[in-house]
Write a protein that binds this ligand. Structure first.
Ligand code: HEC
Length: 568
């Protein structure tokens, strides 16, 4: 995933701190230039490569952020793995970065060393990478052991190839065993203890799709490439008139597609709106054939554009409807209106992996599904303790709100399952003190015992670390009847797991009753090559007007269309 450059006020703070300590010039000096200026006599150094003491004071603006760690993992794979190894195990003269003294060193010192490189030049300076990216890498390196004490957990498994890894214990799985139609069910009885396995840092460095590789769907379904050469296509929705709206999040724009040619590609492609920060959620309001507005969940605000059915470009500027909590961590903001149109729900993920909101003001009104009046007034918390509710949808049959959730990292390969669930008003879903009901996160041992029995067990447990992102109810007429009313969900794929899982679209049967039984099925797979490299990462799912399923993929920057053709 391409990482995005933020204008970060913290970076200014970091610069001031460095400038004040006279270090800025030192840090910006490239290795190979004149020897480092001798530190002033009074200037203290740390044990870590003689870093100036002030470096240890630098604050990591992304500390504990799962999404920053994931971005850092991708940067690591591209820039560092060639020397330090794919799993950061090091070799020869090159030190290990996983399970090493890096985890005992302050973020600031590691940042300083990465920026400066070693005096000998054997470790290059990475000052050329944007500051945010260097912090993301530091955030990632710090996840490479995430246990309370070194003895509490084994080291993360490190496999030279995925083929050399043993199969995961059922019902857990990974990409090697994903196949369209395979049924899966995880229950509470299957959960391992925290730290039963180590915490892996295994973010993908996305590769080009080989020409002979194609996503795989169940028998009777056919997959075609609907659109390509997009920029980070994320959430996708069908407008009431059949146009297809897609958030190209990192490009800050909303694209709209119209019509479909005989080859299954759109007739037109236009930019509906641009100059947004990081748009994600898209919702039409009011319901029915003639919405007046398109609402957008930008990362720090809810906006709305005037809209008349058929518009291919917004006819006026965005109205600012409400601010959303933001500033680091999970940035996606999905939106959906209640069936009666009176409530706008907005999903706001946590700022961190497991920071305690009691002591972290940055977590206020995060890890929540928030509710607003349609005009943006009257913000309240609808459901809470939901680490990253990255996808929202309303069941058209009964108006029930559902969400899909990215659960926490750092507890091992097979904890904590992501989930899809119907959402109870006022419900508490556990984060960060509890997970999946009455399971206490060991990093918060002893806290909030009064919430133990309030923590709701979600309806459908998914593979841990799957990064489940958008959900859509199947309302089309084109798939076999048994799909009617089922949920589809896109699984962006793991980084905190020794062998990748996710990287697929799944189907959650709702049995024509609106009720999940806890099971789900692999539906669209094949985005990871046998050697473990990923070429595609499903993000969004939507049902097209003709009843086919559209799947955005921000790995190959394309949209796939899954159609049912039967036994032709
Ligand atoms: C060309 C090979 C090479 C590349 C590429 C490289 N490193 Fe290094 N790295 C080294 C060497 C060699 C050392 C040991 C330097 C020393 O101790 O003087 C080192 C040391 C380190 C250390 C200090 C570890 C310790 O315990 O002392 C960190 C942290 C580090 N590298 C991070 C990174 C990161 C992050 C990247 C990618 C952005 C990276 N390295 C890319 C060769 C490399």
């Amino acid at each position: 995933m391409a990482s995005r450059t933020f204008a970060s006020p913290l970076s200014l703070r970091a610069q001031l701190l460095l400038a004040a300590s006279g270090l800025l010039g030192l840090i910006l000096a490239l290795p190979g230039h004149a020897a480092d200026p001798a530190p002033a006599a009074a200037e203290a150094q740390t044990q870590f490569h003689k870093a100036p003491a002030a470096a240890a004071q630098l604050e990591n603006p992304f500390k504990g952020s799962g999404s920053a760690a994931a971005a850092g993992g991708t940067l690591y794979a591209a820039n560092c793995s060639g020397c330090h190894g794919r799993n950061a195990g090091g070799s020869g003269n090159i030190p290990a970065l996983a399970h090493s003294r890096v985890q005992q060193t302050t973020d600031g010192e590691v940042f300083w060393f990465i920026t400066k490189g070693s005096a000998s030049g054997a470790m290059p300076s990475w000052a050329g990478l944007p500051e945010q990216q260097r912090w993301q890498i530091v955030t990632y390196l710090k996840t490479l052991v995430d246990v309370p004490t070194a003895s509490a957990a084994p080291a993360a498994a490190v496999y030279t190839t995925p083929q050399s890894a043993p199969p995961p214990p059922a019902p857990f799985t990974d990409f090697r065993f994903e196949a369209p139609g395979t049924q899966r069910k995880i229950t509470l009885g299957d959960l391992p203890a925290p730290y039963a396995t180590g915490s892996s840092g295994n973010a993908p460095s996305v590769v080009q799709r080989p020409a002979d590789v194609w996503p795989q769907a169940p028998a009777g379904f056919k997959v075609n490439l609907y659109a390509k050469d997009l920029h980070t296509p994320r959430v996708i929705h069908t407008a009431p008139n059949g146009d297809i709206f897609v958030a190209e999040s990192d490009a800050g724009r909303i694209r709209v597609f119209r019509g479909m040619k005989a080859d299954g590609t759109p007739e037109r492609s236009e930019i509906f709106a641009g100059n947004l920060k990081q748009p994600y959620g898209i919702a039409f309001y009011p319901a029915g054939p003639n919405p007046q507005w398109v609402y957008i969940g930008d990362t720090d605000a809810i906006l709305r554009f005037p809209y008349r059915s058929g518009d291919l470009q917004a006819s006026g500027p965005a109205q600012h409807i409400a601010d959303l909590p933001h500033g680091g961590g999970h940035w996606t903001r999905d939106l959906v209106f209640s069936a009666d149109g009176k409530t706008l729900y907005a999903a706001v993920g946590s700022g961190s992996n497991v920071d305690d909101p009691d002591t972290s003001p940055a977590e206020k009104n995060r890890a929540d599904i928030l509710a607003f009046d349609p005009d943006g007034a009257n913000m309240r918390v609808h459901a809470w303790g939901i680490r990253n509710p990255s996808g929202l949808a309303i069941d058209p049959a009964d108006g029930q709100l559902w969400c899909t959730v990215n659960e926490r990292d750092g507890l091992g390969d097979n904890l904590v399952p992501d989930y899809i669930t119907s959402v109870r008003a006022g419900g508490f879903y556990g984060w960060p003190w509890w997970y999946l009901g009455a399971h206490q996160d060991p990093r918060h041992a002893g806290k909030h015992s009064e919430l133990k029995d309030q923590a709701i067990v979600p309806d459908v447990l998914l593979q841990p670390h799957n990064a489940s992102l958008q959900i859509a109810f199947y309302e089309g007429q084109r798939f076999p009847r048994e799909y009617s009313g089922d949920l589809f969900a896109s699984e962006h794929g793991s980084w905190n797991k020794s062998v990748r899982a996710g990287y697929e679209v799944i189907r959650v049967p709702l049995h024509q009753s609106g009720n999940a039984g806890g099971e789900y099925q692999d539906f669209l797979t094949g985005f990871v090559l046998p050697d473990g490299s990923a070429w595609g990462r499903p993000v969004g799912v939507a049902v097209a007007p003709d009843g086919s399923l559209l799947v955005t993929d921000d790995g190959s920057n394309s949209i796939w269309r899954v159609d049912y053709i039967g036994n032709q």
